[in-house]
Structure formats: C-alpha cells, structure tokens
Design a binder for this molecule. Structure first.
Ligand SMILES: [Zn+2]
Length: 418
C-alpha cells in the first residue's frame, strides 16, 4: 500500500484505517468498545537525513487521518478518540529535534483525538501506514515526512473537507437576530470556560487552566440557576477543545443575552494577580493584555484549526456594529462585575477593568466580557482558584452583578424604545 501512496501527489493525504472490514483481524479483535490506548513506550519521533519518522503505537487499531497546515507550519494527525493515559510530550520527544518546534495531543472534539506537531522546516508526507500485530491486535501508525521546498509544502497543505470526520461543523455565516433583553424573560447567560482538550491553557504546579475554569463555570451555573431568573448554557461541558469561532456560534444559537468567557491565564511578566474583567478593544490596555489576546487566538492555531479563508472584511464590519451598539452594554456589565466582585472578594487586580482584542468577545450583538478569575502565575491566585469557598464567593458576586446589569440594561432598552 505504501508504495502506491508514495507516488500519489495530492493537496493533502488522507488515510483511513478500514480495520473493521478486515476479517482476519476482527477474528482476533479484543474489545472494540474500549478506546485504543496510546502506548508511549513503543512510540517516538526521530530525525533522519531525509526528514522525520514518527511511530504512534496503540493497544488496538484506530481510524486516523493526517494532513499539514501552514502559518504556522504544522502536522495534524486525527484519530477516533484514543486514551492518551499519562503520556506527555517528553515521552515522544525524548530529546530536542531541530525539525520539530513543539508538539501536543489530546481530546479535540467529543469522540475525536488530535496530535499537532509544529514543524520548524517544511516537511511533506511521504508515507503513512498503520500496521497491526495479528497476535495481540496492537497497532502502530508509522509516518514518514521528507524535506521539501516551501512551495511544495504550501501546495500540499490544507485541511481536508471530509464530512465523515465531522470535526468542525461550519459556523453559520448568517447570524440570527438576537432581540435585546427587556426583563420580560429569563436572561440567557452563556458561560465560556476557556481552553480544553488538546489546549490545556496555562499550567502551573500540576494545575491546568482548562480544568479550573470548567470547575468554576459549573459552580457559577449552579449559583445562577439557584439565584434568579437565568437560563445558563456552557460552551463546553467536558475537557474538550472548542475553537473560538464555535464558542461564538454556540452563544448565538442559544440566543445569548450575555456571554462570559472564563480564564485563569499565566502572565510571564510582572506580578499580576487578582480577578480582572476584560472588554473588547482594538487598543489593548497594556502589553501584557495584548499578549494575552494574541495567545488565546494562537491556541486555535496550535490546536490545528485551519483559519484560512475567514473573512476579515466581515469581521471588521461586525466590529463597527459592536462598537456602536453592544460595547457600551459590555462595559456597563464589566463595571457591575468589578464592583460586585470587589464586594465579595475584597481585593481585585490593581486595574480590574482592562481592554484587549479578544476574538471570543467579537459577537456584534451579544454583550461580552472575559473574566480572568486570577492568574495561574500567582501563588495566591492559585490558592483561591482551587478553594471551593473562594469559587462560591466569586460566583455569588457575578450573580449579583448580572442581576444589577439585567435591570439597568432593561430600563435602558425601554428608554430607547420611547
Ligand atoms: Zn486562557
């Protein structure tokens, strides 16, 4: 099979392991309902004179596909969901390789797993095959990449448009009209726990931002449902990756009145600590905020999302609308959040309302804020974030801010109608 593939020159190479139809193997098959377990001990990457060889070993055969993307240059390998166990990057990259900048793997979507390898040089796929051991059922995906010109890499790169993999439903380009809340119905609050799956967010002392913000979102959801007239929806319920654009699509589909993105990033510089509320602005409050916004957008790229073809013109028009209509409402919400959080927590960040160009805040018609609950780079904040008591207090503050805001916002809406 591989001889044939080596001579196929296509824009991208997509391979399916159709093991289910292979009678000989099924006879020996173990439990197909179990997830294929990643076997780090039999896996690894190594460099050769021609390029890069990769072996990815599993407890059983698993359907997979592989392709490359540009800007930044990366190799993406998708699998039906696999159990990565305790495997870490260093199991695969036992020593630094000049052709590989970084790699990551994890759950990408429910039912799907992904590995992304950042390539330091242009490498194209030369061979991809999966071999199964008929005795044990164990399987190994072997990939060979060879050095190529920038032009050849570019010609062969791109995300396959394959519905069977069902990875990314295309976001609707025609946003439904969201009617402004006027207090007559429950306020629809969409909570957006940042990161997840292949993108853990900030990591310190064994804590992962993705886990902490999901735990907080659950606490906050409970408090909102208990506390008042709210409908609450989360953009993710588990440790899965959700691209930024899809987070907005979820909010829109839910008819969100408010969108609250939750984060707990780490900052490289300074000693930032304390909760901070962000609203959208093309001009960031400071360099750290600008870098934060950049790194969130970069999470999508690093997770292997293909951003080619996203329409910047549309984005700009939407930004204009946001500025005129929705931004003042987002800013009012940020002010309410800052004062309510100050009441319950005492101390916040020294400048608790900040600005940055976070893509996730760009819905034109949904008041949106991003709350950095704290910074994983601060030991005091880490202590807070893992404290159930602190989380409950913070949630209480957010509930009362939303109640205040909903009331003021509804009376503003009725003034506008007159
Ligand atoms: Zn974050």
């Amino acid at each position: 099979m591989h001889k044939m593939l080596r001579h196929i020159s296509v824009r991208f190479l997509v391979l399916f392991a159709l093991f289910v139809t292979c009678g000989g193997f099924v006879a020996n098959a173990q439990d197909f309902t179990a997830l294929a377990r990643f076997d780090a001990g039999r896996s690894g990457l190594h460099q050769t004179a021609e390029g890069l060889e990769m072996d990815l070993a599993f407890s059983q055969a698993v359907p997979y596909r592989v392709f490359t993307l540009e800007k930044p240059r990366r190799l993406v390998v998708d699998f039906r969901e696999v159990d990565w166990g305790q495997a870490s990057k260093s199991d695969l990259l036992r020593r630094p390789l000049s052709m590989v900048r970084d790699l990551r793997f994890g759950l990408y979507r429910p039912g799907w797993s992904r590995m992304v390898v950042d390539l330091a040089v242009p490498l194209v796929l030369d061979k991809a095959e999966m071999k199964t051991n008929p005795e044990t059922g164990e399987a190994t995906v072997h990939l060979r990449l060879v050095s190529a010109s920038e032009a050849r890499f570019s010609a062969q790169s791109g995300a396959p448009d394959d519905r069977k993999w069902g990875l990314l439903p295309p976001a609707s380009r025609v946003p439904p009209v969201i009617t402004r809340q006027n207090g007559d119905r429950p306020l629809v609050v969409v909570l957006d726990p940042g990161h997840g799956g292949i993108d853990p967010g900030a990591e310190r002392d064994g804590l992962r931002e993705a886990d902490l913000v999901l735990a907080f979102a659950r606490t906050l959801k409970e408090s909102l449902l208990r506390g008042g007239n709210f409908e609450v929806l989360l953009t993710r319920q588990a440790d899965v990756f959700v691209p930024l654009e899809e987070r907005l699509s979820i909010a829109r589909a839910a008819g969100a009145d408010v969108f609250i993105s939750l984060h707990a990033d780490a900052l490289a510089e300074g000693r930032a600590r304390g909760a901070t509320v962000y609203t959208l602005s093309e001009t960031a409050s400071d360099a750290a905020s600008a870098r934060l916004a950049e790194s969130h957008d970069r999470s999508d790229l690093l997770a292997g999302v293909d951003l080619e073809g996203q329409d910047d013109l549309i984005a700009n028009v939407l930004m204009d609308m946001a500025r005129r209509e929705t931004l003042p409402r987002s800013e009012a919400l940020a002010d309410d959040l800052v004062s309510a959080l100050k009441d319950v927590l005492g101390k916040l960040h020294k400048r608790p309302h900040q600005f940055a160009s976070f893509s996730v805040l760009k819905a034109p018609d949904i008041p949106s804020v991003l709350i950095e609950l704290g910074f994983l780079s601060s030991s005091k904040d880490r202590e807070n974030l893992i404290s159930e008591e602190w989380r409950k207090k913070a949630a209480k503050g957010i509930v009362s801010a939303l109640e205040n805001w909903a009331r003021e916002d509804a009376s503003q809406a009725s003034l506008l109608r007159k």
